[in-house]
Design a protein around this ligand. Structure first.
Ligand code: UDP
Ligand code: MG
Length: 320
């Protein structure tokens, strides 16, 4: 049976891009239906993230004219990640799988067929991965790629060059709904859900209209959220640094004592230098220990699901 596919699209001040986006996605859904990749209940769900322009009026109008278009309006601007999660959760009840994409169609819509094909082969999560980033500026490309590398170094499981263009099956969405954290970084959360996943590669285009709604400030805040919500390694670094300084302080101590006995040091210098180094190291070590506990509290507070059962094979042995 053809699946019910929901295209979930967060929109913030996208009045310039929306009409064209909806036109292209309507054609795409038509062609997917013709190929047996989507059924007649498939929809595009436009989430208005508290836009200040005419985005919501447009969505209301499109909803009346176009049988595919559904809309959700957030009461205020909560940012891309929240708007996207809202859309995915709204789609969860009605869809077999949901694909998230941006309103500016920078992500190639022709990749959509590939997503659904992988879903039909049994994948629960399909990640869209950018082939090349030629259309991004040098600055955006370098910072973005650097960010993925730092995340890997910090031990966070993120897919390289994957933004939020991805398909999730209904049960993967149900898995996602169990994550109650408030600081969202969906790219890091989805791999935690598990299940079979695969990749689809695509080229990234220019924005079809309007300008980026992700200024540097929002990019940095997303990156910091990604790091602080997924890694306690920075806390461990403090401990390690504390140990290093303590070790160095012993060397400093030796040097200060030698200076003292050789008569190089002025009176009082040795005691001050020794105490600064030793106390500095110990303080940092103690901070690291406290940090270790804070890290534990942090992961407890997030109350992430501890496991998810994918299959359970039983044998009926007659007992109840
Ligand atoms: N977006 C949103 N809320 C925001 C900022 C952006 O819903 O506060 C949406 C935006 O409408 C677009 C997607 O997130 O559909 C990605 O934004 P954009 O294309 O501006 O980011 P870029 O591609 O420049 O990184
Ligand atoms: Mg964009």
């Amino acid at each position: 049976m053809n699946p019910t596919v929901y295209l979930v699209i967060p929109c913030y001040n996208e009045e310039e891009a929306l009409p064209e986006t909806v036109r292209r996605l309507t054609a795409k859904l038509d062609s997917m239906r013709a190929q047996g990749l989507a059924n007649e209940h498939s929809r595009m769900l436009l989430v208005d993230d508290g836009s200040k322009d005419k985005t919501w009026q447009l969505i209301t109008q499109l909803n009346q004219e176009n049988p595919y278009v559904e809309g959700v309006k957030l009461a205020h601007n909560r940012g891309h990640q929240n708007a996207l999660l809202c859309g995915l959760m709204a789609a969860m009840e009605s869809c077999d799988c949901a694909i998230s994409l941006d309103a500016d169609l920078q992500d190639d819509v022709d990749a959509l067929d590939g997503f659904v094909k992988k879903y039909l082969e049994g994948c629960d999560v399909v990640y869209g991965v950018r082939n090349k980033r030629e259309t991004d500026t040098w600055f955006k490309r370098t910072t973005a790629e650097g960010f993925y590398k730092v995340m890997k170094l910090l031990g966070v499981d993120v897919v390289f060059n994957h933004a939020d263009y991805r398909l999730m099956s209904r049960r993967a969405l149900e898995g996602l709904s169990e994550y109650k954290e408030v600081n969202l970084f969906l790219r890091g959360m989805v791999p935690l859900i598990g299940y079979r996943s695969d990749y689809v590669y695509y080229d990234r285009h220019e924005r079809i209209a309007g300008e980026s709604k992700y200024p540097l400030k929002k990019m940095i805040s997303l990156a910091l959220d990604g790091i602080s919500s997924f890694s306690v390694k920075p806390l461990k670094l403090i401990s390690n640094f504390g140990i290093l300084v303590s070790v160095l302080s012993v060397l400093g101590l030796l040097y200060a004592l030698v200076s003292y006995f050789m008569g190089w040091a002025v009176s009082g210098w040795t005691a001050i230098v020794c105490s600064i180094w030793l106390l500095g190291g110990l303080q940092m070590l103690c901070l690291g220990v406290v940090g270790g506990y804070i890290g534990k509290i942090y992961s407890e507070v997030k109350a992430r699901p501890r496991y998810r059962v994918e299959e359970h094979l039983r044998k009926d042995n007659g007992s109840k």
